[in-house]
Design a protein around this ligand. Sequence first.
Ligand code: RB5
Length: 144
Amino acid sequence: MIALGCDHGGYELKQEIIKYLEEKGIPYQDFGCDSTKSVDYPVYARKVGRAIQNGVCDKGILICGTGIGISIAANKMKGIRAALCTDCFSAEATRLHNDANILALGGRVVGPGLAVKIVDTFLHTEFSHEERHQRRIDLIENEE
Ligand code: RB5
């Protein structure tokens, strides 16, 4: 199950992502927001982060205007590894190397065509499980 969240700056791109998920039959849960009316992105970062922390969803997609604020907010949460991507290479690498569980996108940065390809790459790339990558993730997760 994919958790979706956005602020007003990401709402339109989220609709495109929803179209893609529905076409592919990929299950998702939309945690808002529900329009282009101004809202606070940390609220939606937390909703999506919590859905992953409690196991309701296994991955998430967060979208704000730049993708920056919403990824910063999500990355404050334990066990959340949110990767802001503007290209498919990064989307693939962050799954292989970082086991990122949230993809962050900038609705005012990437167009819908590229964004959908980034999402597709992110959702269809598995973590490598290589020891060096797991060790580095453990170092992030177990910081003092
Ligand atoms: C909202 O105007 C904008 O600041 C937000 O969508 C995001 O880009 C923050 O990082």
